[in-house]
Design a protein around this ligand. Structure first.
Ligand code: ADP
Ligand code: GLC
Length: 497
């Protein structure tokens, strides 16, 4: 199959979260299964052009009413893809739209004012790219709101006969990675998108007199999915649907959930290049070494007996940081004050939260934090911690709980989205389970569940050992998930025929 991934992020080129990991890992694994995969993404300012190859000529991209704008194209191949089936990555270069710092925004302009135009242009350019390289995909796989217009253009402008240079044999899939971000802008931006006003209503752009890019994509894509089966169910109800639950119910026959995998070449304690000593379920000595190194890294007294609770996260409301660090004494304060544990966190995000974390670290001797982004320290936290905390308010899939399980670090999670699909709650009576779970969205639920884990640490060490090993044996490799995407693509192609 020929598969085109349309995405705003892909590691190692641009990343703000798990979306970037997923797009690259899925592409590589589809190539390993023998498929021809290409990725198209914007050439952000931070992506060094001198390391890429420029395609001769330019793309003329239709915009507005009969207008055209130009973009350059750069390309390189995706590292880690099989040499016999390379994954080619194409970068859409447009100085005004993408030649600025930031992917979606910068601190002084968190959501760039021209984002609807930046990403609609990008989606339309994807089709011109295919024409330029004379490569027409069977599957157009778009990710999240920035790519959501690709299925819209396919359905309302590009699904024309192949003899006229069209995409009549292409089907689309739109994957939701995060329903909390939809690309909602003033409808004044619609004129630029080059679709008639009838399409504004027919494609489902309309959203209380605004323009909603994700919503249009969800109406228009041939199939839609999200990154865990449980999140697919949750989003069909009002509490989790971010106002699009109605659309998702309407499309439920075409809507499913496929759990993400993890990159087992990178997130694997037996191969990890960032930890002092590699380890596996058979020989856990390296985990103790990682714990020591983690304590040193964060300036905590080295002590094998005290449990460490780790976190690596974007500091945003989605991740439950309000309940944990909220100014009215979120639970982190009382957890560290009352319990015999150490807590370390690596993260960046909302300024209020970065500030509160700094202030907490100055008041508590067993709480340490690093504000920023570090691949290396994130590996050390996964390996060196005993527990990993994810009190997410919602979590479409979540990667860190799967990394934690692979590293013998027990997740403490809210039972939501992909967390509910991947973690099994501890039973004190039988000792079964792989982590500790809670339901409520309250600081006290987090406090009580961390307390429960710490109690088990000191009082049920055999259970803790058995749980660690159980988690380490689980298989979250991408092969299975990539296979499920193939099955979904095949169904779509059949339906078109
Ligand atoms: P989301 O995409 O919602 O942020 P995921 O769990 O899917 O959540 O993915 C987050 C990814 O980003 C993980 O690979 C995680 O380790 C990484 N990450 C988040 N914050 C940081 C940070 N400050 N430093 C290093 N890695 C981080
Ligand atoms: C989003 C979600 C996260 C998911 C990731 C990759 O960023 O918040 O839960 O794991 O996308 O699909």
């Amino acid at each position: 199959m020929k598969i085109l991934m349309v995405a705003s992020e892909a590691v190692p080129f641009a990343k703000t979260g798990g979306l970037a990991d997923m797009v690259s890992a899925l592409s590589i694994n589809l190539a390993k299964l023998g498929h021809e995969v290409k990725i198209v993404m914007p050439r952000y300012y931070s992506i060094d052009r001198s390391k890429l190859k420029q395609l001769p000529g330019a793309l003329g991209v239709p915009v507005g009413c009969g207008g055209e704008e130009w973009s350059g194209v750069y390309t390189t191949s995706m590292p880690g893809a099989p040499s016999k089936k390379p994954v080619q990555v194409y970068f859409i270069d447009h100085e005004i739209f993408f030649g600025k710092d930031g992917i979606y925004g910068i601190p002084s302009e968190p959501d760039f004012l021209d984002n609807s135009r930046r990403f609609s242009f990008f989606c339309r350019a994807a089709f011109q790219l295919c024409r330029k390289i004379d490569w027409y995909p069977d599957i157009l796989h778009a990710h999240d709101w920035p790519a959501a217009l690709a299925p819209v253009y396919l359905k309302f402008a590009e699904r024309i006969p192949a003899s006229a240079g069209g995409f009549e044999k292409t089907v689309s899939l739109l994957t939701i990675h995060n329903l909390g971000y939809q690309g909602i802008y003033s409808k004044d931006n619609f004129a630029y998108m080059g679709l008639g006003w009838d399409v504004f209503y027919e494609a489902g752009f309309e959203d209380w007199s605004m323009l909603n890019m994700l919503k249009a994509g969800l109406y228009s894509a041939d199939k839609i999915n999200t990154v865990s089966p449980n999140y697919a169910e949750e989003t069909k109800i009002q509490a989790h649907g971010f106002r699009l639950d109605g659309v998702l119910r309407y499309r439920s026959a075409d809507y499913s959930g496929i759990l993400n995998g993890i990159d087992t070449a990178v997130w694997n304690p037996a191969k990890d290049k960032y930890i002092p000593q590699k380890y596996s379920a058979k020989d856990m000595e390296g985990k103790a070494k990682a714990k020591e190194a983690l304590q040193r890294e964060f300036g905590l007294p080295p002590n094998a007996k005290v449990p460490i609770v780790g976190m690596v996260t974007r500091l945003t409301e989605q991740k439950g940081v309000g309940d944990l660090f909220g100014p009215a004494y979120g639970s982190a304060w009382s957890i560290c004050r009352d319990m015999d544990l150490q807590m370390v966190i690596l993260g960046s995000g909302d300024p209020w939260c970065e500030y509160e974390i700094g202030s907490l670290a100055s008041r508590l001797s067993n709480f340490r934090a690093k504000i920023g982004y570090s691949e290396e320290i994130s590996h050390l936290i996964e390996a060196g911690s005993d527990f990993f905390l994810m009190p997410s308010r919602y979590e479409p899939c979540g990667l860190n709980q799967m990394y934690s399980l692979a590293y013998g670090t027990l997740p403490i999670v809210r039972r939501t989205g992909g967390l509910a699909d991947t973690v099994e709650n501890y039973s004190e009576t039988s000792g079964s389970g792989t982590g500790f779970m809670f339901e409520d969205l309250t600081p006290s639920a987090i406090y009580n569940t961390v307390g429960w884990a710490v109690w088990a640490w000191y009082n049920r060490p055999k259970h803790i050992e058995a749980m660690r090993l159980r988690g380490m044996k689980m298989d979250f490799s991408w092969e299975q998930s990539a296979q499920k995407y193939i099955e979904l693509y095949e169904k779509e192609i059949e339906a078109l025929d």
